[in-house]
Design a protein around this ligand. Sequence first.
Ligand SMILES: C[C@@]1(CC(=O)O)c2cc3[nH]c(cc4nc(cc5[nH]c(cc(n2)[C@H]1CCC(=O)O)[C@@](C)(CC(=O)O)[C@@H]5CCC(=O)O)C(CC(=O)O)=C4CCC(=O)O)c(CCC(=O)O)c3CC(=O)O
Ligand SMILES: NC(=O)C1=CN([C@@H]2O[C@H](COP(=O)(O)OP(=O)(O)OC[C@H]3O[C@@H](n4cnc5c(N)ncnc54)[C@H](O)[C@@H]3O)[C@@H](O)[C@H]2O)C=CC1
Length: 206
Amino acid sequence: MMNLTYPIMLHLEGKKVVVIGGGKVAERKVCGLLDTGALITVISPEATDELQKLARTGQILWAKHRFCAEDIKDAFIIFAATNDRLLNQQVKESAAPSQLVLMVDNPCESDFQLPSSFRRGRLSIAVSTGGASPTLARKIRTRLEQEFDPSYEEYLEFLYLKRKWIINEVADTALKRKLLTAIADDEFLFSPDREGDFQRLYESMI
Ligand SMILES: C[C@@]1(CC(=O)O)c2cc3[nH]c(cc4nc(cc5[nH]c(cc(n2)[C@H]1CCC(=O)O)[C@@](C)(CC(=O)O)[C@@H]5CCC(=O)O)C(CC(=O)O)=C4CCC(=O)O)c(CCC(=O)O)c3CC(=O)O
Ligand SMILES: NC(=O)C1=CN([C@@H]2O[C@H](COP(=O)(O)OP(=O)(O)OC[C@H]3O[C@@H](n4cnc5c(N)ncnc54)[C@H](O)[C@@H]3O)[C@@H](O)[C@H]2O)C=CC1
């Protein structure tokens, strides 16, 4: 029986992430890293138009040369995303055991895999098939995007602010618990007046 993977949400602000290769797959991995605050470097003699644009606008660094071991010094995460299987393997071998390496053509020997994911503000939804079928992961993600539509972004912001308020202002543990459960009810998702509904709920409980 194979070991299971462990889902995790990483804070990457200020962390060095190196992507070896500048093709379509490298581009997809890079796009998923934008807006995380990671310091992204692409190592590749060639790069897609989109990667070149990201380099021009300063969102990533592009080192226009072939991989050498020095490139991954101090990297927290490394994507070996070239079309050369041996080179991808060599990247893994050049890395320290504590560095997280993903080889795009070798899931079994990689330290992690990427799920298919989307965001609605503070809400992240990620789907993994453990390498069985990235296409199915994408299909499920597309289905979930319909259910968890863009209205969730505002809803999550409401939940975030109200939860913070409740934790800071409500001392009674039982009432706190009741309020935190109540704000996650569908009623607030569909409400045209969340603030008013919350005030009424709060007053009915105190
Ligand atoms: C193990 C994993 C490691 C990793 O993270 O890279 C991996 C590995 C491989 N992918 C391959 C192929 C494809 N990958 C995609 C797409 C995605 N691949 C992603 C993740 C993962 N891919 C990880 C497992 C995730 C899981 O299982 O759930 C997604 C979800 C996330 C992302 O990349 O950001 C993103 C969809 C994003 C989205 O749209 O939502 C497509 C479809 C397409 O391009 O449209 C195809 C072609 C069709 C097909 O194969 O199904 C190949 C074979 C290469 C070959 O030999 O041809 C390998 C290598 C192997 O399997 O050995
Ligand atoms: N994990 C995943 O999600 C997927 C993985 N794959 C795998 O990913 C590989 C790459 O796919 P694409 O991006 O479409 O290929 P591609 O051919 O578009 O790009 C390959 C890139 O690698 C770079 N490269 C080659 N040798 C290099 C070296 N020594 N140093 C630095 N860069 C070097 C090239 O300049 C090029 O930019 C495929 O061969 C396939 O095995 C394919 C689809 C999905």
